[in-house]
Design a protein around this ligand. Structure first.
Ligand SMILES: Cc1cc2nc3c(=O)[nH]c(=O)nc-3n(C[C@H](O)[C@H](O)[C@H](O)COP(=O)(O)O)c2cc1C
Length: 301
């Protein structure tokens, strides 16, 4: 079940997605953390952020909208208070960071490089709820610049997390690859909104937010398929994955690994069930490894 994401080796392809698993400690009584292929904690920024005004989450018919706005205590608090616990786990931690500028991304990468417990860094160039970072995920030139700058500034593997809120995600993926990304994760949330028509008010304090959960799975599958066709860099599929069937669909479409997000909120043991079933799913199609299944989708008539 082991997978290679560029220079990053994982014991299995089931990871948890940023912003949906806290800093892992919160989940230790619900999930056997040591079984996960990797943990991506909540995105951190250079300085603490209080995030957006409430309401910040809304349930929708097939998922949820959030406009958290990268509420976090900043990189120093993360290094002091969360990293020691994360590094005590046998599971690799992929630290998610967001900067307002290319230089801020690079500064953060420098701060994290070489710290015990940082197995890789995921660049969140895709949060729809803050200005700044998202621009880098929608402009190929900026995306390549930030990935290349971060790659040059550290020894650890770099993952670029892309937004689906672009016209052609392949162009952004190519830019991330040109910048030297070890892997590309896709997708972050889809920009959406919810309205209370009686009060003629938006439900989210920030008016718009990011849609996640089962509603976005087809969009995510499409994005993963397109990216895997466009680049040689391994892809981590994210978006609406809630069952083992979902996992296998993403792998066949081209994902080398997956991250589970919204499902953690309503079924915290979803990842454990996926891990339990994975060997059986491989046996069902007579595969001896995940590697054999990645990108095997047949599209000929
Ligand atoms: C409440 C919430 C907070 C999130 N916060 C972050 C974040 O801080 N950084 C990030 O890269 N993605 C964040 N995401 C996006 C998820 O990591 C994931 O890309 C997205 O939700 C799609 O996957 P899912 O449908 O399985 O949730 C957040 C998602 C939710 C629902």
């Amino acid at each position: 079940m082991d997978v290679a994401l560029g220079r990053l080796r994982l014991s299995n392809p089931i990871l948890v997605a940023s912003g949906t698993f806290g800093y892992a400690r919160e989940m230790q009584q619900l999930v056997d953390l040591s079984r996960l292929g990797g943990i991506v904690p909540k995105t951190i920024t250079a300085e603490p952020r209080i995030g957006n005004t409430p309401w910040r989450t809304v349930e929708t018919s097939a998922g949820m909208l959030n406009s958290i706005g990268l509420d976090n205590d900043g990189i120093e608090a993360f290094v002091q208070h969360h990293l020691p616990y994360l590094s005590s786990l046998p599971t690799p931690t992929i630290v998610s960071i967001a900067g307002r500028t290319c230089d801020e991304f690079i500064e953060m990468v420098r701060r994290l490089d070489g710290l015990e417990g940082v197995a890789a860094i995921e660049l969140n160039v895709s949060c729809p709820n803050v200005s700044g970072g998202v621009d880098m995920g929608t402009d190929p030139t900026l995306c390549e610049q930030v990935v290349a700058g971060c790659r040059a500034a550290c020894e650890v593997p770099i993952i670029a997390k892309l937004t689906p809120n672009v016209t052609d995600i392949r162009a952004i993926a190519r830019a991330a690859e040109a910048g030297g990304a070890d892997a590309i994760s896709a997708i972050n949330t889809c920009l959406g909104m919810a309205v209370d028509w009686r009060r003629a008010r938006p439900l989210l304090g920030n008016v718009m937010g990011g849609l996640s959960g089962p509603a976005i799975k087809p969009i995510a599958l499409r994005a993963v398929y397109q990216i895997a066709e466009a680049v040689r860099t391994p892809v981590i599929g994210i978006g609406g994955i809630a069952s083992l069937d979902d996992v296998m669909e993403f792998v066949v479409a081209g994902a080398s690994a997956v991250q589970i997000g919204t499902a953690n909120f309503y079924n915290p043991s979803a990842t454990m069930a996926m891990l339990d079933g994975l060997p059986g799913a491989l046996a069902e199609i007579e595969a001896t490894s995940i590697q054999e299944v990645i990108g095997t989708l047949k599209t000929d008539p």
